[in-house]
Design a protein around this ligand. Structure first.
Ligand code: AHR
Length: 331
């Protein structure tokens, strides 16, 4: 009993100590384009506020100038930490150097600035998905799935729905897809266009692909929202999504799981939006005198599909059956 009281007391003291830090954490978010983004925004707010810290949030509505203005406003407000993800990858050097000059610790989340900028700015931690690998996984899953259903020698026409032009997530996923698809000579990319990571634009681009391309066998959508838009377009064109056209998304959001379990979508490659636990842990570590790190931490991610059992990476990882994992999805 004494032990329990002592443990509880030290827990209370630790909680009081971290909330007594009275920190103000500011987050410059990109916008609200997708289910992933909503989950990312909600998770960050919940994680920071659970610590009793003050949370300042800015939604840039996909506009880089809005993000630049938000960062400058965070500097003026004298916040204690800035969390940042960039809508596009270039054009950040000047404002991020201003953050450095103000000596506000910068934590990069999700989409990193380009390599040139990363090399010249200071940051205390970085957490984000390995977008190139996610793209590769989309191609590996598709090539291996096609072979598994006896279509490994068939000429297969693939269209790509790209994310926001100039964003790290879109550029890197495209690079990964195009690199890995080379290993499957029967997969031919016959169209590639931006759907801006939104369901509405995914639908519109898919409609135009269906009108202009005679035969489409596979859609590789760089996020699940665009995959869901493509499904709407395929249905409207009188075809059966998931059967007449194979659909592979990225993110692994709950809405995609529902559609995969219903058989209208074939697979999704995971990209987690849940970074608040890592961010909170880092802030506590730094406040306790820990050393910043320049490593970019990539979370472990998986792939999910209708039946499971499909190899989706060069190192032989095997996909999980979506129906077996749907109850554990938190976003
Ligand atoms: O940067 C991560 C990407 O941005 C997610 O895949 C997408 O859904 C989001 O909008």
């Amino acid at each position: 009993m004494k032990k329990l009281v002592a443990v509880l007391l030290s827990l209370v003291m630790l909680m009081t100590a971290t909330s007594a830090l009275g920190l103000t954490i500011a987050f410059s978010q990109i916008g609200q384009e997708s289910d992933w983004r909503t989950a990312n925004t909600d998770d960050m707010k919940a994680g920071i506020e659970a610590e009793g810290w003050n949370y300042v949030y800015s939604d840039a509505q996909q506009q880089q100038p809005n993000q630049v203005a938000a960062l400058r406003s965070f500097i003026t407000q004298g916040v204690d930490y800035i969390l940042f993800t960039g809508v596009v990858s270039t054009g950040w050097e000047e404002v991020l150097k201003e953050v450095n000059e103000a000596e506000i610790p910068l934590i990069l989340v999700d989409r990193m600035p380009d390599a040139e900028t990363m090399a010249v700015i200071e940051y205390v931690g970085a957490f984000g998905g390995d977008f190139v690998e996610e793209g590769r996984r989309m191609a590996h899953w598709t090539g291996n799935y096609m072979a598994s259903v006896g279509r490994g020698d068939e000429e297969v026409n693939v269209v790509i729905l790209e994310g926001t032009t100039g964003s790290a997530a879109a550029m890197d996923r495209s690079a990964g897809i195009l690199e890995a698809i080379e290993l499957y000579p029967n997969l031919n990319v016959v169209g590639s266009q931006t759907g801006n990571f939104t369901r509405a634009e995914g639908l519109a681009v898919m409609e135009s692909f269906l009108k202009s391309i005679d035969k489409i066998d596979v859609v590789l959508a760089q996020n699940d929202d665009m995959a869901l838009g493509a499904i709407d377009a395929i249905k409207a064109a009188g075809m059966v999504p998931g059967v007449d056209i194979i659909i592979v998304g990225c993110d692994a959001v709950k809405n995609a799981f529902d559609v995969i379990v219903a058989g209208e979508m074939n697979a999704t490659i995971e990209c987690t939006p849940l970074y608040s636990a890592a961010v909170v842990e880092l802030i506590k570590y730094l406040e306790a005198g820990g050393e910043p790190s320049r490593d970019i931490i990539n979370p472990e991610e998986f792939a999910f599909c209708v039946e499971g059992g499909i190899v989706y990476s060069a190192d032989g990882r095997v996909s999980i059956k979506a129906a077996d994992a749907i109850d554990e999805r938190v976003y």
